[in-house]
Design a binder for this molecule. Sequence first.
Ligand code: PRE
Length: 297
Amino acid sequence: MLAYFGPSGTFTEQAARGFATPQQELVPFDTVPAALAATRRGETEASCVPVESSVEGAVPATMDALTEDEPLVAVAEAVLPVRFSVLKRPGDEPVRTVASHPHALAQVRHWLAEHLPDADVVATTSTSAAARAVLRGEFDAAVSAPVAVRHYPLEVLATDVADVRDAKTRFLLVRRPGPLPEPTGHDRTSVVCTVGDRPGVLADLLAELALRGINLTRIESRPTKDRLGEYRFYVDLDGHVAEPRVGDALAGLHRHCQQIRFLGSYPKAEPGGTPAGNDEFVAAAGWVAAVREGKDA
Ligand SMILES: O=C(O)C(=O)C[C@]1(C(=O)O)C=C[C@@H](O)C=C1
């Protein structure tokens, strides 16, 4: 079974369908932590969760939930174009309230200001939770995934709605730790680092990547929730932990961190960036091994 951030009709369901094998049952959960908890319990083999939007940035619920409790590791990612449908109950009632996931509302802010300027905007746990609430009469309209209208008998007030035309959202498929995906040459590695508060600590982390020619593709800080001003750093980089250069760099990060959690090495959904070439690293490791055995100098 494959858990996903639901309920049914979310963009995450769409991403989960792309990951699922024909035999896998998809199981919706109302929140990201609930979906991940099902995989941590072994109830589902994996979970599909949203991790970042090209417009609104990281999904905080996912970033926090991946660092709490037992580790989960990403084994794949998907990137979906995100364009919304605005759904309402059939009939001529005026739209006084419009609801959706905060990331969705952020991506249609201008459209709402232009087309529903007098509607109150309300955040819900997901886009499909908003559609369900409209069906129950709690709100007048929902900003949803186009697929939601197949699950909920609502009328399409507008479709293909997006302030940013090529907006995309990235999703992860996560499992409990186990055998890693094979390196493909176009991989991403994700870690989350908790560091002490000392001058230059972030520079030390970044130096471990820069000195090895590793391309950093994302770094975000999130509060640890323990103390004001204490952060975790989420780092994405090009390469796979199985590659000597990346493995060396992660060992370097480990030395600088109070805590570090490996969040996965997995194929990029949209290959690109700088594969962490390893030939010189393999040659260098071979030379050091030979020197240690007295066979070279
Ligand atoms: O609520 C949904 O439909 C989701 O899948 C979540 C989510 C997100 O967290 O970014 C996914 C894609 C869109 O950016 C809007 C919402």
